[in-house]
Every structure is written in C-alpha cells, then in structure tokens.
Design a protein around this ligand. Structure first.
Ligand code: PLP
Length: 411
C-alpha cells in the first residue's frame, strides 16, 4: 500500500543529502571532537563548520551563540530552567513568567513545574482564530517579569505569533526581561533573522527532525550576555553551556538540513501552501459541518487543522491509516490520549467538533497525487463515521433535528 505521509509537524523523513553528509561521521571521522590528536581536530573542525553554517543560515553573526542539544524539548527546558536558575541577574527577585495557553507541552510542562517551584505564570489566551491580543501581552508585562516564552509557529494549528513585535515590545518595556521563543515549527520554513528582525529574541529553540534531519538533535540559540545557567552540567563542551560529548554525525545532519531548508524556503513555501490550499478548498467543498481552524490567522503553509462535527478524531485516523494516510488528531505528543488537545480547547472549538479534529501537515516531499488521495478518502471517511453517529441522521445526511437535546442528555 502506498503511504501518504501528512504528519510532517510530528516528524519528517531524513533527506537523502542529509543522510549522505552524516555518514562519514559514524565510522570514518568518528573521533571525540574534544580529543587532542590530529584526526579529532578534523572532527572538531567539522563541528565548528556546522555551527557556523547554522548561524549564517539564521542570520546570527556569532556562531558561538548556537548551542547543540538533543532535541527542542531539551532546548526549551534549558532555556526556561536556565534563566530561572540564573535568577535573571536579580538574585531571584523576579519570579513572573509569561507564556501562552497554546504552547507545546515542552514549554507548558516546564511552566507548570516553575509554578510548583513558586514562580507565577501568566498564560495568555488566544481568540477563536488562534491570535494573541498584543494589548493583553503588553499589560501582562510586570516589574517582576523574569521571562517571556512564546512560540513562533504552533504545531497543531500552524498559527504564527508575531515574535519580532512581541520581543521588541518586551525590550522596550524592560530590557532586562529575557525573551525566549520555541521556533521548532518555523526554522527553515519562515524567515528567522537573529541579528535582524529577531534581534530582541534572547533564546530560540529548534530541532532537526521537523526539517528532514534525524530525531535526537536540536539547538538553542543563546544571545551573548543572556543570563542563563547551564541545564546539563558536567564536561566543558559547548563552552561549558551544555555538557556531554557532542553528537557529531547528527549535528552535521542538522547543519545540512538547516542550510537546505533555508535555501529552499521560498520554493517549499509556495509548494506546501499550494497543496495545503488545494486540500483545504476540497474539504470545504465536499464535507459539510466542518471548520478549518485558524484559517483567518497568519499560518504556516504546511499545516491544515480541520474540526469535523459529529465524528471522532481517533476513528478518522484509524480509517485514514487503513487507506495509507498518516495524519494526526492533535500534536503527536498528545495523540495517545483521547482528551481534546489543549490548543483546540483554547480556541473554544465547539463540543461537537473538538473530538473530531484532524491535522494534515505537509512537507516538500508531498505531491499533488498525495492530495488527490486524501481528497478521495477523507470525505468518504467522515461520511462513514457520521453514519454511525447517534447525532447524525443518515436519511437526510445532516445532524438530527434534536441534536442539541441529545447532546444535553448524554453530557
Ligand atoms: N516545540 C514544538 C512547537 C514542537 O512542535 C515540538 C515537537 O512536536 C517540540 C517542541 C518538541 O520537539 P522535540 O521532539 O525535538 O523535542
């Protein structure tokens, strides 16, 4: 069976060029980059070159500001715990953190932990379209605010927050507040210019496996002078900012993937946006009682999140999977649970649709044939499932006339 992979926000296939670039570092140039002998020097140089390439691709003049990590989760943990443990340079007097209700669990979970440790966290809401209110954001900044951590692109809806503006407003209000952004879904897909539009961002997290590098490698950009204590303590690697022998082959892969994604960014943007828009239009035309979440917000071109009334997301995923289509009912990290995702709850998606949400996420490797197949299978899947729903009237092919009453009785 042909597989149509439409879950690229969860992970991506490793690009052949990335795999090729990594290969020699497993069994030829396998040396520890910290070792002193000649062959290791070559490995160390390759590590330095990878750092320089990533820095250049992201508009960062000083490559030493790029720290390699194992994943974006680690980068987010390192950023938030690191800033808190440095006390923001204020001897621990600043104990307020600002974030949003729609962050990835790798930020939300750390913020919850910060609350357990006595920090106060403001969770900014979003509107029905998934947008933040900039006025609310400004009003949430306080004299004891230590850190702002707000994502760039949302993994479930694709909504892009105006990080350039929010980081600038933060620094204009109080230059000592640290600004962190989780850019895991946007590096290589949207412009990220660390010394340009992003010059007010102090810390930026991302990982390789969303842009065709392998799983298990990521990076944290840390602007020089940012008060942030190391998260992993041990050896002197990464200038003492992240202990542990560097994962050289994967870092080489990460650099290749970043350079490649940034180089192809505009072409990939056009390609994925065209496919996504085709799919969205067909779904809107062929399936009744749906809503395309956040379609009026600035969105990543790769992401389409649809809520279908009167169907179960898990049922849709199962039937799509039977036909070779891989998608997600929420973020990969939450799809194991039947609870509606916190992002859809934050958007206030109606009760009858929140359980029937599905995310298609595309990459440069998706084709028109993939979209054709989804367009053929998905409407049929929704129709099949609706015919099994107690809320759906098969004869009229519409919700039962007493659907509100039925919902009240069952919930
Ligand atoms: N942040 C965002 C926005 C994500 O989409 C993800 C993964 O889905 C992560 C963080 C975690 O990334 P990793 O798997 O590299 O830890």
């Amino acid at each position: 069976m042909k597989i149509v992979y439409a879950d690229n926000n969860a992970t991506t296939q490793v690009a052949p060029e990335v795999f090729q670039a990594m290969k020699p570092y497993f069994n030829e140039d396998y040396f520890n980059p910290s070792s002193m002998y000649e062959p290791a020097r070559k490995t160390s140089q390759a590590l330095g070159a990878a750092r320089a390439e990533i820095a250049a691709a992201l508009g960062c003049g000083d490559p030493r500001q790029i720290i390699f990590t194992s994943c974006a989760t680690e980068s987010n943990n390192a950023a938030i715990f690191g800033v808190a443990s440095a006390g923001g340079g204020f001897g621990g007097k600043r104990r307020h953190i600002i974030t949003t209700t729609v962050e990835h669990p790798a930020v939300l979970g750390v913020c919850k932990e910060m609350q357990r440790r006595g920090y106060e966290v403001t969770y900014l809401p979003v509107d029905h379209d998934g947008n933040l209110n900039v006025g609310d954001f400004i009003r949430s900044l306080r004299s004891d605010t230590l850190l702002v951590t707000i994502m760039h692109g949302n993994n479930e809806t694709g909504v892009v927050f105006p990080v350039e503006q929010l980081s600038r407003l933060t620094k204009e209000t109080d230059s000592q507040i640290v600004f962190h952004t989780d850019a895991t879904q946007t590096v290589g897909k949207l412009p990220v210019d660390l010394d340009g539009d992003f010059r007010h961002v102090d810390l930026l997290s991302f990982s390789g496996h969303k842009i065709h590098a392998p799983k298990g490698v990521g990076a944290l950009f840390m602007r020089r002078g940012t008060p942030c204590r190391p998260f992993l303590i041990g050896g002197h690697q990464e200038c003492g900012r992240r202990a542990g022998t560097e994962n050289v082959p994967y870092i080489i892969g990460l650099a290749k993937a970043v350079v490649r994604a940034v180089g192809n960014r505009e072409e990939d943007y056009q390609h994925t946006a065209r496919l996504r828009d085709r799919l969205q239009k067909a779904i809107e035309e062929r399936i009744s009682h749906i809503q395309v979440n956040c379609k009026n917000a600035p969105r990543l071109p790769t992401t389409l999140n649809v809520s279908c009334h009167y169907v179960e997301g898990e049922g849709m995923l199962f039937q799509l999977s039977e036909e070779g289509i891989c998608a997600s009912s929420g973020s990969a990290c939450t799809s194991g649970s039947l609870e509606p995702s916190h992002v859809l709850l934050a958007l206030d998606v109606p009760f009858t649709a929140v359980h029937g949400s599905i995310r298609f996420s595309l990459s440069r490797y998706n084709t028109d044939a993939d979209i054709d197949w989804i367009i053929e299978v998905f409407p049929r899947t929704v129709a099949n499932l609706r015919n099994l729903s107690p809320y759906w009237d098969k004869k009229t092919d519409s919700p039962r006339s007493n659907v509100d009453e039925l919902i009240r009785q069952t919930h």
